[in-house]
Design a protein around this ligand. Structure first.
Ligand SMILES: *[C@@H]1O[C@H](CO)[C@@H](O)[C@H](O)[C@H]1NC(C)=O
Length: 150
């Protein structure tokens, strides 16, 4: 009995790892904390790793394939980077493409380029106020829980 439960458990995990579905990769919270620490987010533009984790949770729920069509422009990836100012998706007239990148790069599982652009955005705003979800859910709040146990 327990053996077959284990077997199906492993089967499900295996399928989850091998079927790169439309769901996208959900980056575990503590893995993201580690990545952010390694990329010098702590103290960057006066914000903490917890601020960034909170931002990502509320913008994309940690999903590397997160995508939102806003009509005139679109938001891409874990940071929901917008095509109007930061990247080029070929269908946003007048985009300034400040990060000099194809927006579709923000939808793959490699978040190095997302991080590079997010830092450019934060630097330009000298903070995280360009992210609506951060302002609404994270700014001025107690954020310990986002890095707890990591
Ligand atoms: C971005 O990359 C995608 C996928 O490789 C490609 O289809 C698209 O034409 C590119 N868009 C721009 C604006 O370069």
């Amino acid at each position: 009995m327990t053996k077959s439960i284990l077997f199906f458990g492993f089967l499900l995990v295996f399928l989850g790892l091998t079927l790169p579905g439309t769901q996208g990769r959900i980056i575990p919270r503590c893995e993201l904390v580690k990545i952010f620490r390694n990329h010098g987010f702590q103290g960057f533009v006066g914000k903490t790793v917890a601020d960034w984790v909170c931002l990502v949770q509320h913008q994309s729920n940690y999903n590397t394939h997160a995508f939102r069509d806003e009509g005139k422009s679109r938001d891409y990836g874990i940071f929901q980077i917008n095509s109007k100012y930061w990247c080029d998706d070929g269908k946003t007239p007048g985009t300034s493409n400040t990060c000099r990148i194809n927006c579709s790069k923000f939808l793959d599982d490699n978040i190095e380029d997302d991080i590079r652009c997010a830092k450019i955005i934060a630097k330009e705003a000298n903070g995280l106020s360009r992210w609506i979800a951060w302002k609404k859910h994270c700014k001025g709040k107690k954020l310990d829980s986002y890095v707890k146990g990591c």
